[in-house]
Design a binder for this molecule. Structure first.
Ligand code: FES
Length: 117
């Protein structure tokens, strides 16, 4: 197992920012049609920047780790910065080779984020 796989497993077992916001400014929910897993992202903004971010749902190792790492990254970022993120960023963030099926898992949290922006 390499260092990236260790990091992904750690995020899966101890996800950062998992939970719900009481009355989020924005929320976005998506599901993966290939497996039925769902993820909802919730954000409170302050002066156009992310003040608080949470996610919840059902997901695999890759989608949960991706959501955990993406929500860490999103803190204090502007809406414009977050809109620019793409699948290449997610793949680089995860740091492992992903097949086409797993890429869909990896970008699911990003789709939820883009849906709310
Ligand atoms: Fe469902 Fe990965 S298997 S999101």
């Amino acid at each position: 197992m390499n260092i990236y796989q260790d990091i992904i497993l750690d995020h899966y077992h101890h996800p950062h920012n998992q939970g719900r916001l009481i009355k989020p400014d924005k929320s976005g929910k998506v599901s993966n049609p290939l497996c039925g897993d769902k993820i909802e992202m919730m954000i409170d903004f302050e002066k156009n920047k992310v003040k608080e971010v949470k996610f919840h749902g059902e997901g695999c190792v890759i989608s949960t780790a991706s959501a955990s790492m993406l929500t860490d990254f999103a803190k204090s970022k502007s809406k414009e910065e977050l809109k620019k993120l793409n699948s290449k960023f997610i793949i680089k963030m995860l740091g492992i080779d992903l097949g086409m099926t797993r890429i869909k898992c990896a970008v699911l949290p990003l789709e939820a984020l883009h849906k709310l922006l």
